[in-house]
Ligand binder design. Structure first.
Ligand SMILES: *[C@@H]1O[C@H](CO)[C@@H](O)[C@H](O)[C@H]1NC(C)=O
Ligand SMILES: *[C@@H]1O[C@H](CO)[C@@H](O)[C@H](O)[C@H]1NC(C)=O
Ligand SMILES: *[C@@H]1O[C@H](CO)[C@@H](O)[C@H](O)[C@H]1NC(C)=O
Ligand SMILES: CC(=O)N[C@H]1CO[C@H](CO)[C@@H](O)[C@@H]1O
Length: 425
């Protein structure tokens, strides 16, 4: 996710002219289902809320004056959402009053609200990824610590997160070091290597102006590190910005990264020790300008959610599918369901980062995304929502006359939701 690195500015043309928006979000559950077992769990996740955004939207004088000074109107919904002076900004970045606090124990996700850890501090794990550590039976969430040092880890039950500290610290002195404080570290991903017994972290490494475009590799002996930084490299000799790592069922791991100036994605296999990439590489979604890849697998098919490249501004999410991970990959379409059209077309004002499998509900996942706040990145919010593959009602998949026709991937909007009991087993 690169600020100032915009490969295509797909502007939201949902203008706010004479427009009306408020916080009275009332919603209707679109479907309810009474089925049994796994499908019941899945069905409980596969419901979206329709947000009814209406009634007069009050714009402050300060905001209107600022807009006039910029001589920019009408603003798009996304421009206004990103503008700190806009009341709309506060709607989507609500303050501490709505913070999710694990001490209260309700276990509801509230996408966009401040999310506190077990010490009652806002979680700092942006652009994050999840490791399920089979040895300890614990989930670890690694993300960007945006308050100054970099690379953070927390862990537990997908809702109650304990801060495990900085696992890969910034270098405060050595200006030529990749981890020097003014450089960029984004989207850390950790996987466990059964052969070496090491936890291996891959991350996007860059200079402040995003010209280095590399990946960095670090290793640790435990999920909480400390991780030792090994080096950075340009995979396959190519520029690499937004990236992710996918570890397959057979233990083979893959690096997926935006390349060629973010115009396409590349997929390459890691070496057996996960410390390098092998020579083989496939170019996918060529010319489509996608970033923020999040990969998962269901019933032998690979899926990926991506965003367009519009800097920190949100844009439309797309789902893609492939029969083998090296492709060919096909675009299925926008997975977002619920909310209003403009909200869906901006991926609920967020950008994909990871997809977490729910072992007790096959075909159901948690979609993890970031609602970036570019003026204050440490106050960026998390948007976690249920994602399903296929149709939980068991209806036939939507017909597509192209080949092959893929199951539908759906991400359901909820203001408030929780995991069904039994998601873990
Ligand atoms: C600073 O970092 C560079 C690059 O990693 C390294 O080669 C050099 O030895 C480091 N210098 C010191 C004083 O640690
Ligand atoms: C980007 O920053 C690096 C140092 O961090 C510098 O060497 C390079 O010249 C800069 N590139 C551009 C295009 O400004
Ligand atoms: C973000 O950083 C600013 C100062 O840089 C600080 O005042 C603020 O409390 C931080 N916000 C969060 C959510 O950590
Ligand atoms: C909604 C709610 O009950 N929030 C409370 C959760 O617990 C913290 C700390 O005890 C309180 O400050 C909140 O008011």
């Amino acid at each position: 996710m690169a600020e100032g690195y915009r490969c295509s500015r797909s502007v939201m043309v949902l203008s706010l002219v004479g427009f009306l928006l408020t916080l009275q979000l009332y919603f209707v559950a679109s479907r309810t289902n009474a089925v049994s077992g796994d499908s019941q769990l899945r069905a409980s996740l596969a419901q979206a809320e329709e947000e009814n955004m209406q009634a007069p939207f009050h714009r402050t004088k300060r905001f209107l004056q600022a807009a006039k000074r910029r001589q920019k109107q009408p603003t798009t919904m996304v421009d206004e959402f990103l503008d700190h002076n806009s009341p709309l900004h506060r709607v989507f970045f609500p303050d501490m009053a709505t913070a999710v606090n694990p001490v209260n124990g309700s276990k509801y996700y509230r996408p966009g609200s401040i999310w506190l850890d077990t010490d009652a501090n806002p979680i700092q794990a942006h652009g994050g990824g999840i490791l399920y550590d089979e040895i300890s039976g614990t989930y670890y969430w690694y993300g960007e610590y945006r308050d100054v040092p970099k690379g953070s880890a927390t862990g537990r039950d997908l809702w109650t997160w304990k801060n495990e500290g900085i696992v890969l610290a910034a270098d405060l002195e050595n200006q030529t070091h990749d981890l020097y404080i003014s450089n960029v570290l984004e989207r850390p991903r950790v996987i466990y290597n059964e052969i070496t017994g090491k936890y291996v972290m891959w991350m996007h490494i860059d200079t402040g102006n995003y010209s280095k475009a590399a990946v960095g590799i670090a290793t640790g002996d435990s999920p909480t590190g400390p991780f030792e930084y090994l080096r950075s490299l340009r995979p396959h000799g190519r520029d690499s910005r937004d990236m992710t790592i996918f570890k397959d069922d057979d233990g083979v791991a893959y690096l997926i990264y935006s390349s060629q100036g973010n115009s396409e994605l590349h997929i390459g296999t890691l070496t057996d020790d996960y410390l390098d990439v092998q020579l083989d590489m496939q170019r996918i979604l060529v010319g489509q300008q996608r970033e923020a890849p999040a990969v998962f697998k269901y019933q032998g098919t690979y899926y990926m959610i991506t965003s367009a490249c519009t800097g920190w501004a949100p844009n439309e999410a797309l789902a893609h599918a492939a029969e083998t991970i090296m492709g060919p990959w096909e675009t299925i379409g926008d997975p977002c369901i619920g909310g209003t059209t403009m909200f869906r077309l901006a991926a609920f004002l967020s950008q994909s980062t990871f997809v977490i499998p729910l072992p007790g509900t096959p075909g159901s996942y948690v979609f993890m995304a970031d609602r970036w706040n570019p003026a204050q990145l440490n106050d960026s919010r998390y948007v976690w929502l249920p994602l399903t593959v296929g149709d939980p009602d068991g209806r036939p998949f939507e017909f597509d006359f192209g080949f092959p026709s893929w199951p539908r991937v759906s991400i359901y909007w909820h203001q408030k939701w929780r995991l069904p009991l039994g998601w873990r087993s």
